[in-house]
Write a new protein. Sequence first.
Length: 242
Amino acid sequence: MFTATVLLVALRFVAADIPPYIKVCQRNDTNVNKCIMNSIEELRPKMINGIPELDVPGLEPLSLGQIALARGPQGAKLTAVVNDVKVRGPSNFIIEELTSDLDKNRFDFKLLLPKLDFNGKYKMDIQVLLLRLQGRGNITGTFKDYACNVTMKGHKEMRGEDEYLQFDPLKVKLRVGQSSIYLTNLFDGDPVLGPATNRVINENSQVFLQEISPVLERSLGELFREMANKITSKFTYKELFP
Ligand SMILES: *[C@@H]1O[C@H](CO)[C@@H](O)[C@H](O)[C@H]1NC(C)=O
Ligand SMILES: *[C@@H]1O[C@H](CO)[C@@H](O)[C@H](O)[C@H]1NC(C)=O
Ligand SMILES: *[C@@H]1O[C@H](CO)[C@@H](O)[C@H](O)[C@H]1NC(C)=O
C-alpha cells in the first residue's frame, strides 16, 4: 500500500514534470530528426514571447547590440553608429533541414528567415570631398530570404544524480538575401541630401550588411542558446530524450 502510494506520487510527479508544449523524442526513434522538428514547431508559438514559467526569453523582438560602421562607399568617409536595434520576424524561421547526432550532442539546422524587419537609431558623420555632414535619426529596413546555418553542440553535465544537456556557444552563419535600408531625418530632413544619401546607402547596402550580419549572427546565436539551455537545464537528459 505504502509502496503503491509512493509509486503513484512518483509517477504523477514525472508526468507533471514536462509541460505539454514540450514534445519529447525517443532517442532510438529512427526518425528522431523529424521528431525534433515537430517539437520545435509545437514550441514555436511559445518562442515568440518566451516561456515565463521556465524563464525562457522570447524571440520577438530580437535586440541587437551597437553596430558601428567605419567604412563608406568610394570617395566618402563615413562613420555611423546604430543603437537600440530591434529585429522583428526571427520567430518565422523555416527549418529546411535538421541533422542530429545524439551521441555527440550535435544538431545542425539549415534555416530560412523569410523576412526580418528592423528599426533603430543612428548617428552618422559623412565627409564627401570638402563637405562634412552629420545627422541622427531612425533607421529602418527589411532583410528578406536570409539563409542561416546553425550548429548547436552540447555536452552533458551531472547535477546530483542526474544528467543535463547544456549547449556551448552556437555557430550561426547567415547568407544575405535581399535587403533595403531607410534612414529618416537625414541631414535634418534636407529634401535633396536625404533621399540622395538613402540611395547611396541602398546602392552600397552590402557594406552595411557586412557589418550588420556578424552582429545579427551573434545575437541570434546567443538567444537560441539561452532559450535551449533554459529548457535543457530544467529537465534531465533522460526526460527530454527518453
Ligand atoms: C525504442 O525503445 C523502446 C524501449 O526503450 C522500445 O519500446 C521501442 O520499441 C524502441 N523503438 C524503436 C524504433 O526501436
Ligand atoms: C523615430 O522613431 C520614434 C519612434 O520609434 C519617433 O517617436 C520619432 O519621431 C522618430 N524620429 C524621427 C526623426 O523620425
Ligand atoms: C550552409 O551549409 C551548406 C553546406 O552544408 C553550404 O552549402 C551553405 O553555403 C551554408 N550556408 C550559409 C549561409 O553559410
